[in-house]
Each structure stands twice: as C-alpha cells, then as structure tokens.
Ligand binder design. Structure first.
Ligand code: SF4
Length: 724
C-alpha cells in the first residue's frame, strides 16, 4: 500500500490524484491512462502504486486525533487497570474503585497468555462496529461461570492504561481484540511480551505499548518521551506509531510529510521467508536482499476473508474510499462462508443470530460489489474452510498470501509465505495489492528420521509447542521446516505443522518444497511442474536463523496432548501445556472432535478411518456416553471420504458427521462442550479457556482423538489397542 522511495513520476501522480486533478492530459503526457479508477502505464496497471495513497483522508482523521504527543504522561483523571491472576482483584478495580500501582504488583501476579478470544469472544465479534465491540471488552474472562467484565465495565472504568503478563493477545488474529481496548479508552498497553499479530494490530490502531518500568515511572508522575515507546521498533513502525496508526501514517506519506528510510541491506544468504519477501519488494531493483527487521513494502499475490471478518473490511473500505470503491485485482482475493454456518448450534449464540445474518449480508454485499472469488455456502453447505480450500485451489508455490484469520499460515505447507492480518491491514492491501512488512526473524526445524506408528505431525507440533514455543523461541519468527525427515510427512501433515505456528506465536510456518509437493500441487491445481520448480524457494546454506537451528528426530516423538491446565489456579488452558499421554493417567472423555482447519484434511480423514476400521473389525461402536464428531475440511475432502467408503464406515461405528466448515474451534458448532464438567479430546489447534465451551479441552492428534472415542478415555493409538 505504501511506496518505498516513490519515483518522481509516481510522486507527481500521487499529488495529482490526491488533489483530484488527475487530468487525462497529464497522464497521457506520462504515457499513462485512466481506465475506471485504474491507472495504466505501458499496458501495466500501476494504480495500486498511486490510488491508495490518495484516498486516506477520512480514515486518517478518524484515527489520528492528536495522539500520540511527544511526551507521554498519565492523565490525572484516568486510571490504570492491572489484569491480575487473582480475578477478584480485577473486580475490585472495575467495580470498587481500587487503584493499584505497578510497585504494588509483581509481574508474576499478572495474567499471562491473555488470548484474543478472552478479549473479544466470538459472539462479541458478531458486532462489526468497534464502538459496539468495546462494550463487551474482555467478555471471555470468566470466574465461577460469570463474566469478570460486565457490559461496558472497561469503558465505565475510565482506564487509559491496561497491564498484563507474557504473550498478550495470543490466539486468533482478530483485530477486534485490539479494537475493544482502543475504543474503550485505552491508549497505553503494558505487557511483558505481545503475540506478534496482536502487537501489529495495536500498532496499526495507534496504541502505545510499554513495559513495567515505564509504567512505574508514569505512575510516579514522570513524563516519558514518545521515543522510549518506539525505540525498539524499526524506522517504519516508529513512523506509524508516531503518527497515530496505519491510516494517519499513510496519509502523511502521501502528503510527502514523511518519507521512508532507504533499504541498504547488502546481498547475502536468506531464509525462505526472506526470499519470498525480497522477490516481492516494491520500489527496489531486482535482486535486492532483505534481512530480519527490514521495514519494506511488498506485493501480495492474494488473500481472503470470511464472514466473521469481511464486514469490517467492507465498512472500512467504504468509509475510506467512498461507497463506490473498486479493487484492482479482485480475482486474486476471495470470501468464504465457513465459520458461522453452525453458530446456532451453540445456545449462547442464538440471541446473536440477527447480527450473524448482518455479517453474512455484508459479506455478500462486499463480494457483489468487488467481484472477489465467491466461496459462499450453497443450500447451507460451505465449500470448505478457507485455509483448506485456499491451498487446494489458489495458493501457489512461492506466493505471498495474507488473510484475515490467524491460521492463514497453514498455506506454508505449499512453500508459500502466508500469514494472518487484521481487518485494517487487509482492507489496505486488498485495495492496493501491497502491504507493509517487517521482515521476520526465522527459526529452523531440521527434521530427521521417521515418525513411529501411532504418531502424527500433530504430536510433533505439540512437542514444539511445549518445548520451543513455551520458551518463546518461536515468538514472531518464521518457523522453517526442512531436512530429510520432512519428506516422510505428507503435504497435509506439513499443513498441520504450519497451521499451528499460530499457537507457537510464530509469524508463520513454511516448509521446503520437494517432489511430493509438486505431485500434490499438480493433482490439486494442475500446475505446470517447471513453473512450480522455478517459483519454489529454498534457504541459502549460510542463511541466518535468530531462533537457531533445531534438529527434531521424528522417531523420538511420542503421542502427546496439550492439557487444559487449571485456570482457577492461574494455570491457563494453553496449547503449550504439553504432556505425554503415557504420563497423564486415566482421563475420561465426553466428546471427541476431529475437524477444523488443522485436522479436517484428507490425510486426517485417513487417520480417523484407520482407527474406525479397527474399531469396526473389533465390533466396537463409539463408547456409550461419548459423542464423536468428524467435520470435513472441504467438499473435496468429503467427496474423497465418500469415494473411499470412509463416510459409510464413520457412520457405521457411530460417528456424527458434519458438513464442511469450521465450528468447534470458535464455539460455533457441534462438538463444543456445554457444561464445565465435560471433557473433550480434540484434534483442533487451541484449547484456550472457554473457546470451545466451558469444559476442559485436551488437544491431541487425529489418531488419539479417534482411539479415545472408542475407549472413552484419552488413548494413544497403537495397533491392537481396541482389541479386547
Ligand atoms: S480452526 Fe476454524 S475457526 Fe479456527 S482458524 Fe481454523 S478455520 Fe478458523
């Protein structure tokens, strides 16, 4: 969306366009012509380079106000809210006027891993206006089954600072989490660390982020130079924060009030993520290299949104560019109706179904208005989960893809750079075709050996979560998977690894390309093999991995779960709570769920089928008292299951089958718990408290989920384990 070192010509056009005096004569004199709102030069559409920069006025005015000042101090009339593990202490601050100081609190007392779902649960996101969303800020933090934050509690508390522990904003990429604080009056967010997408969303909204020491000083009456809040960021991010957020920054850039720093990274070895960013640089000569933290503008090859997020994108674009806005390359983008089809199954969501319908309607309006690819449900059945269909149908090897959902990184299995962004960022890039990128650091996982029977890629990523991610080695990094062991994993299994880079709080996951990938892509998209080979990326031998190179011997992986912790004792339910199944004792279950973007793929179905066949051979049905749901990731997956006879097999042993789409992961469909006492073993990606109902949720592999459904307790799959 922003130009790096725009040429004089483009600058001149920006001025002209900004002033709405983009005359035909001027354009023709520069070999340009205007086709609709597209600028064409030498038969090439250059409008992306020009038009986005000239229409940012309204949004800029909405977001910038006079924030931030050069010196930051606390407003005497405002308050600071500490999100403590002791939930009673939060209530006393919210409702009894208790004011705490940083000096009264130890960082260990603060809540860690506050996930975006706790900040804005799914039902809160059924509102698409940020001011409405703010009324239900933190509605997901529960105590004894009750909301800690009642409606408008954050707004009414008159807070300007909010404080928490490590990894603030983990989980879903939903920008609503950052919006709920911003529109409730919070302007300074203090935490020990932030999940990358959430941090970026805060930056885009103009929020300041600081540490405990800074808060102590502020509370002691000091004023702190803005520079201290921005010093850890790259020059472009600094500019975005100093100017009050993404849109005010863009407006000033277009007005030539600020300019971007030059990129002077010399030639050198690069990782896979770096190579894809480098090849997409805007405003640089071919061959320009990048290194971690370089702030650049890069072209994206495509993206998508779903009915949970599209309404905000459409609203922002209409407000920003006017009702008649157009997208230059709609065929590269898509909308999916996949997340809320089963929302009414959750009694909690029933009162909000009118809002869900508004979201659907606005997505249809957006699709018709823009002409983006349409993956709407037909007769109430979705074509599939966006991440799954995107890799089946349009993510190509070497692509740079952005979408409004945190598990966008699943596309990394196709040797592509893919990750989730918030609605503000997506609105910008879908309009322009470009986006701002801070080149991520990388961490490499060198896979060797082969998985033992009964183990899957899910066990590998649960191991990485409990080991590397827990220590924050993966934080905000591109997780690169390669080595000889990778070739033993199917492409669907690689997608599981990349998918859960999100739970590792990584920026993304990306796998090396090999012959298996070319075969898979040929089969899925009928692509030319030579072209795929030429577009594929491999890391250079001397590439630098700030997160290190970690060898994982697949043969040493054992079946694992991520356990639900004990949230009431301050141990949150978290995907990093890894445990070997052999160590957890007898855990009885009520629900087994196999599905979601992580585990609704063809190879996951093969795993479920392997266990179901064994159960059928042993004369078993799903254990009495247990419900076993399998949800197909896409129509293609369902068709395969029918063709292979798995569909029939599943039904014959008592599995409840659900049409393609997503549900349990956001509490919007069959498979979620209804009562606190229920225990679920699930092949989905996250077990954050309350996300899939009030019960306890163990994450596990498709094999474990299926085996457990027949034994009634969490069971690692091995041949013969269902025979009496
Ligand atoms: S599990 Fe479902 S809700 Fe979660 S990211 Fe995947 S598709 Fe979206």
């Amino acid at each position: 969306m922003f130009l790096q070192n725009p040429s004089k010509l483009v600058k001149r056009l920006i001025y002209s366009a900004r002033d709405d005096v983009l005359s035909r004569e001027k354009l023709i004199s520069k070999n340009c012509k205007l086709v609709g709102n597209l600028l064409v030069k030498n038969n090439k559409n250059i409008s992306e380079s020009v038009i986005p920069l000239c229409h940012l006025k309204n949004f800029g005015e909405r977001m910038s106000e006079s924030w931030p000042p050069k010196e930051i101090s606390l407003d005497a009339g405002k308050r600071v809210l500490f999100l403590t593990k002791d939930l009673e202490l939060i209530k006393r601050q919210l409702y009894d006027g208790l004011n705490l100081k940083m000096n009264d609190i130890s960082p260990e007392d603060l809540l860690d891993d506050i996930n975006t779902d706790a900040m804005t649960p799914a039902w809160v996101c059924f509102d698409h206006k940020p001011s409405e969303i703010a009324k239900n800020a933190y509605a997901g933090i529960m105590h004894d089954g009750m909301r800690v934050f009642s409606e408008k509690a954050l707004i009414n508390g008159n807070f300007e600072v909010i404080v928490s522990g490590q990894r603030k904003g983990t989980g879903s990429s939903r920008e609503t989490a950052a919006q709920c604080e911003r529109w409730a009056g919070i302007r300074i967010v203090i935490a020990s660390s932030f999940a990358p997408i959430h941090e970026r969303n805060n930056i885009n909204l103009g929020q300041l982020m600081g540490d405990y020491d800074m808060l102590s000083r502020l509370q002691n009456g000091e004023s702190i130079p803005l520079e201290e809040f921005t010093s850890r960021y790259d020059p472009v991010t600094k500019l975005i924060i100093e100017n009050g957020g993404l849109f005010p920054f863009a407006e000033k850039l277009s007005n030539d009030e600020i300019s971007l720093p030059p990129l002077d990274t010399p030639s050198g070895p690069m990782t896979m993520a770096e190579k894809i960013i480098a090849r997409n640089l805007v405003g640089h000569v071919e061959g320009q290299c990048v290194k971690p933290h370089d702030p650049v503008i890069a072209q994206v090859q495509g993206g998508y949104s779903h009915e949970f997020t599209t309404a905000q994108v459409h609203t922002f674009l209409s407000e920003e560019y006017g009702e008649g806005y157009q997208l230059p390359n709609p065929n590269k983008f898509a909308v999916f109706e996949d997340h809320l089809l089963y929302a009414a199954h959750n009694p909690k969501f029933v009162p909000h179904m009118d809002k869900v319908q508004t979201l659907r309607d606005l997505q249809v309006e957006f699709q018709k208005h823009t002409g983006v690819r349409d993956y709407s449900a037909v007769d109430g059945v979705s074509p599939g989960i966006c991440h799954q269909v995107a890799r089946e149908e349009f993510i190509e090897i070497g692509d740079f893809i952005q979408a409004t959902d945190s598990h966008t990184c699943m596309g990394g299995a196709s040797n592509a750079l893919t990750y989730g962004v918030g609605a503000t960022e997506y609105a910008s890039l879908v309009y322009s075709g470009f986006t701002f990128v801070k080149v991520p650091e990388s961490i490499r996982f060198e896979l060797i050996g082969k998985l033992s029977d009964g183990c899957t890629a899910k066990d590998v990523i649960l191991y990485i979560l409990s080991d590397h991610a827990r220590e924050e080695l993966t934080l905000n990094r591109s997780m690169e998977f390669g080595g000889p062991g990778l070739s033993s994993l199917s492409i669907d299994e690689r997608a599981t690894l990349c998918n859960m880079a999100t739970e590792c709080s990584g920026r993304t996951g990306i796998c090396e390309a090999d012959e298996s990938l070319y075969d898979w892509m040929e089969n899925a998209q009928n692509l030319d093999r030579k072209r795929m080979q030429s577009l594929s990326v491999a890391p250079d031998e001397e590439a630098v991995y700030d997160g290190g190179i970690h060898t994982i011997d697949l043969s040493q992986i054992v079946p694992m779960v991520a356990h639900p912790g004990n949230p009431d004792k301050g141990i949150p339910s978290d995907p990093t709570n890894g445990a070997n199944i052999s160590d957890i004792g007898d855990v009885s279950i009520d629900i087994a769920y196999g599905g979601s973007c992580t585990a609704g793929k063809e190879d996951d179905m093969a795993y479920y089928a392997e266990v179901c066949q064994a159960a059928s051979d042993a004369g078993l049905k799903v254990k009495e008292g247990v419900e076993f749901f399998i949800q197909f990731g896409s129509k293609q997956v369902k068709d395969l299951a029918i063709k292979k006879g798995w569909h029939e097999l599943f039904e014959s042993v008592g599995v409840k089958l659900i049409d393609p789409g997503c549900g349990a992961c956001i509490g919007a469909g069959p498979g979620v718990s209804i009562q606190q006492a229920q225990v679920t073993v699930s092949a989905i990606n996250r077990n954050f408290q309350g996300r899939s109902g009030p019960g306890k949720l163990y994450l596990a592999s498709p094999l474990t989920v299926a085996a457990s459904a027949f034994t009634g307790k969490i069971t690692a799959w091995e041949d013969g384990c269902l025979e009496s």
